[in-house]
Design a protein around this ligand. Structure first.
Ligand SMILES: [Zn+2]
Ligand SMILES: [Zn+2]
Length: 174
């Protein structure tokens, strides 16, 4: 069994345990959704998940999908990110390297950056807590938005210049 299969088996067992403990039905759809989520990388929302399941010919109702995601969130196999007031994305909880999210507060773009922000020494300092993984949010402005803002300011400056030149011209005539 390779690492990816092992991980899928591990999360399947965890989900099974959770469903048993909470007396939820163990339907094949629920396990298929979990399996699918652990087959794709990166962030997703309800629509993109629904569409990617249809792409692999797996028909599931949006209600089932929604309901299963709630269960997966509840048992910690899927995490929800709130990237902005109106942007929430999901992501599988295990099998992702520690990663950081660079969030542009202007356009809402989210970029992932891997590379451990915390050194092993810093992780050791966290006491009475076993760290499974971590992910951070770094808010700021993306290069596209910085560029767009600069262009806009330049345009406004140019407009003001011509306005001033015009009014200066009028004054000269007086
Ligand atoms: Zn992420
Ligand atoms: Zn941006």
């Amino acid at each position: 069994m390779d690492a990816a299969q092992k991980l899928k088996q591990q999360v399947r067992n965890e989900f099974m345990e959770y469903l048993t403990l909470h007396k939820h039905r163990k339907t094949p759809e629920r396990f298929a959704i979990l399996d699918h989520i652990y087959s794709v990388r990166g962030h997703f929302d309800m629509d993109s998940l629904y569409n990617s399941m249809i792409e692999v010919n797996f028909r599931v109702s949006r209600a089932t999908l929604y309901n299963t995601i709630q269960l997966l969130l509840d048992c910690g196999l899927v995490v929800k990110h709130q990237f902005g007031a109106n942007i929430s994305k999901y992501e599988r909880a295990y099998g992702n390297e520690n990663h950081d999210h660079l969030i542009c507060t202007t356009c809402g773009e989210v970029r992932e950056m891997t590379g451990d922000l915390l050194t092993p020494a810093q992780l050791k300092k966290i006491r009475k807590f076993k760290v499974g993984y971590y992910s951070t949010y770094i808010y700021g402005t993306c290069s596209k938005c910085i560029h767009a803002k600069r262009m806009e300011l330049r345009k406004l400056a140019r407009k003001n210049e011509t306005k001033q030149n015009k009014s200066n011209g009028k004054q000269d005539k007086k």
